[in-house]
Design a protein around this ligand. Structure first.
Ligand code: ADP
Ligand code: MG
Length: 487
């Protein structure tokens, strides 16, 4: 095992978030009654003509710019021929020799195995525009297959990586980064269950030090990060076993079975020749002027890596925390809103968002990054709580109690503080009177403390906090207790 190295290249199909299809006006919305979103173009009727959706082009260019790639001044749609029941035209409109995007890169972060991280750059060979195929439905059809063509014609970009990836973990890091990016860019909803973001994994193995790549297999449509990891790990082991057993790997397409964690041969891999690619005579070459590309560049949002660095710098956050908070644009915006509205310390805000808010969402079983789970506690509401910590109305400890109530839907911070009578006691005379009572009630401990048992200080703090139902200002309690206990 140790003298083998894996070589991996990923092809990601990413559905673009347009309202209508790539070459027609039919809707792309997910989940409609089968075949209600299949117009003449989708069905491949004779004589219909495809017309390129401008939004799909804009999104493909947006992606290219975000990965620092070359956006082609001129790109061409090609017909890729194959027969399948969910492809009524008998060919898929894709791009072949002249794709819209070429030569980009994506930086990924990896565990260095010692609690730190290392960085690696993965090459993106190309990204081309193409149409999605329909879907074959096998459930609920005994002895038959249903065909739903609603998905046919949905715009995709297929993002092809260089064979730069060396392990399942690297593959997952690359995919997560790519997923985060396309969602940030607003060009894909990222929903993997619905197939909006799907991956084919090309895997080969070679002995370490060998310059030539081994023969690869391609495992199709692995639709979760975990499955990608499992499928690749399985495939690496299988290939090593085959070769060590004296066999050889055949170039083939394989299918991952999530129930067994195994991959199974599906068909011998077709060659580009088999597809008889040629330029689609119904579609004009697409010309992107420098002007057009610049306009799109100006509209790019702040990208995740840039945002993360800014969060570290502007808010004084650790790399890890900045990474969590910039995991999605939604969460990053939420955090910045909390900082702005509360006027509280930025690190304190980060702790509350990461530990308390995300922790609570997690407990409630809400997906952190995808869900609209933040609606339950809008930024203004969390900010309202942090404001009361900042102005010392409540202590950090009491704030946790208020937050619990907030999660339970008991209202905003001020309402909860009022209803539960949680306002912090900062009035020194009130704290001193509580201290006096505690000292009078604990003569034994007082004597021990004064004879040098410093550890008992904590006991007195606890007693005073108890006497004030946790409401006394902790700093004041500490300071005043020290004075009083000293006698
Ligand atoms: P195809 O279109 O037939 O799938 P491509 O040349 O576009 O072929 O390559 C598809 C993917 O396979 C790319 O991501 C590429 O990096 C990867 N790849 C190519 N050769 C190998 C190999 N020997 N081992 C692993 N991955 C490979
Ligand atoms: Mg392929």
């Amino acid at each position: 095992m140790t003298d083998w190295e894996a070589v991996i290249g990923l092809e990601v199909h990413c559905q673009l978030l347009t309202k209508s299809k790539i070459f027609s006006g039919a809707a792309t919305a997910y989940g409609a009654e089968p075949n209600t979103q299949a117009d003449g173009v989708t069905l491949g009727f004779p004589g219909v003509l495809p017309v390129l959706n401008g939004e799909a082009l804009r999104m493909a260019v947006t992606f290219g710019l975000a990965v620092g790639a070359q956006v082609a001044e001129r790109c061409v749609f090609a017909r890729k021929h194959y027969f399948y029941p969910d492809l009524p035209k008998g060919y898929q409109i894709s791009q072949y020799e002249l794709p819209i995007v070429a030569k980009g890169t994506l930086d990924i972060e990896l565990d260095d195995g010692h609690g730190g991280v290392t960085h690696k750059t993965i090459g993106i060979t190309r990204a081309h525009m193409e149409e999605d195929a329909g879907k074959s439905l096998h459930e609920n059809y005994s002895g038959a297959t249903g065909i739903d063509l609603n998905r046919a014609g949905t715009p995709l970009i297929e993002i092809v990586s260089e064979p730069d990836i060396r392990s399942a973990a690297e593959a997952v890091a690359y995919l997560k980064k790519l997923h985060q990016l396309v969602v940030y860019l607003g060009i894909c909803d990222g929903n993997m269950q619905e197939g909006s973001f799907r991956c084919d994994a090309n895997v080969s193995v070679r002995r370490k030090g060998e310059a030539k790549f081994g023969t690869r297999t391609e495992t199709k449509n692995v639709n979760s990060f975990r499955f990608v990891e499992k499928a690749i790990e399985y495939e690496i082991e299988r290939q090593i076993e085959v070769i060590e057993g004296g066999g050889r790997i055949i170039q083939e397409t394989r299918l991952f079975n999530p129930d067994t964690g195994e991959t199974k041969s599906m068909r011998v891999k077709e060659d580009a020749n088999d597809y008889r690619y040629f330029p689609d005579p119904d579609l004009l070459p697409v010309v992107c002027s420098a002007d057009y590309i610049e306009r799109i560049r100006e509209l790019l949002p702040e990208l995740p890596d840039t945002k993360k660095v800014r969060f570290q710098k502007n808010y004084g956050l650790a790399a890890y925390d900045a990474g969590v908070l910039t995991g999605s644009r939604e969460l990053a915006d939420y955090y910045e809103e909390v900082v702005k509205l509360s006027g509280a310390d930025a690190k304190l805000c980060a702790n509350w968002v990461i530990t308390d808010l995300l922790g609570a969402l997690n407990k409630l079983g809400k997906e952190k990054y995808v869900d609209s789970g933040f609606v339950t506690i809008p930024a203004s509401m969390l900010a309202g709580l942090l404001k009361r910590i900042a102005d010392k109305t409540i202590s950090g400890k009491i704030a946790k109690e208020v937050f619990e109530a907030m999660i339970a839907g008991e209202g905003d911070a001020d309402a909860i503080i009022k209803a539960k009578g949680l306002v912090q006691i900062t009035d020194e005379s009130a704290i001193i009177s509580a201290i006096d009572k505690v000292m009078a009630a604990s003569p034994g401990q007082l004597a021990e403390y004064r004879s040098g048992k410093d550890k008992l200080f904590g006991f007195f703090v606890g007693q005073v906090m108890k006497a004030t139902q946790g409401k006394a200002n902790p700093d004041a309690v500490n300071r005043l207790l020290k004075e009083k206990l000293a006698g």
